[in-house]
Design a protein around this ligand. Structure first.
Ligand code: ATP
Ligand code: MG
Length: 209
């Protein structure tokens, strides 16, 4: 476990949601740099069971996406992967996940939901976004190709009761879409993800034709 079990102190737990189809070094470096910047004690990666925003796309089996997250976090004692969204079944809503985590951890564990610049401003449109705002603090990170403009920041501040902060991380123009396209085209994804994930994709023949 992550060892967040001393009731006498406060813990900060980061939550990184996503499809992770597959997880890549952009996700991992993001979580690590946010962990450092916000003194988080741990970060959990929570692969979505049935991502509602990707209904029109083919998504890899949840068991494979979870297995790859587990392989990717293994070398970092502050990282973990959780099956809660996958085990819950049905459509995946962040508010349900945060409620479940809130019920699981005692009050001395504070929740920080980490999201990239492409997702952070759409959070006001997510189901029960004001409930999300009460359950977790939001951290928006920079991502190449998606602007964290002052105008959008002001919009989010005015439209919602989110406690949100923004942080600049190393720019890695990497996406799961690009990794999938590379594999499909017969190109290498070595070094764009962890070795264990690279091996898993090859062994299972994921993302081929
Ligand atoms: P896809 O191309 O399939 O949408 P993705 O690379 O965007 O995949 P997701 O699983 O959709 O990965 O994203 C999970 C979270 O990680 C989102 O909050 C997203 O903004 C963030 N994220 C993904 N890649 C990066 C990156 N290179 N830099 C910063 N944040 C990222
Ligand atoms: Mg994405």
């Amino acid at each position: 476990g992550l060892g967040l079990d001393d009731p006498g102190r406060t813990y900060r737990l980061g939550i990184m949601g996503g499809t992770f189809d597959p997880i890549h070094i952009g996700h991992l470096a993001c979580a690590e740099q946010v962990r450092e910047a916000y003194s988080l004690d741990a970060v959990i990666f929570v692969p979505a069971g049935n991502p509602v925003f990707k209904r029109d796309q083919r998504v890899t089996d949840a068991a494979d996406r979870l297995a790859m997250c587990r392989l990717a976090v293994r070398s970092n004692p502050a990282f973990d992967a959780s099956a809660i969204e996958i085990e819950r079944g049905g459509d995946t809503y962040t508010v349900d996940t945060l409620r479940q985590l809130r019920a699981h951890y005692p009050e001395n564990v504070e929740l920080y939901f980490i999201t990239g610049a492409d997702a952070v401003f759409s959070i006001v449109k997510w189901r029960e976004s004001s409930a999300i705002a009460k359950l977790a603090k939001l951290i928006g990170v920079t991502r190449p190709g998606y602007a964290l403009s002052e105008e959008k920041k002001r919009f989010l501040a005015e439209q919602s009761d989110f406690s949100v902060s923004y942080t600049e991380i190393t720019a890695l123009a990497i996406s799961s879409s690009d990794l999938r396209a590379r594999v499909r085209a017969g190109k290498s994804i070595r070094y764009l993800t962890m070795q264990g994930v690279f091996d898993y994709v090859n062994e299972r023949g994921l993302y081929g034709e």
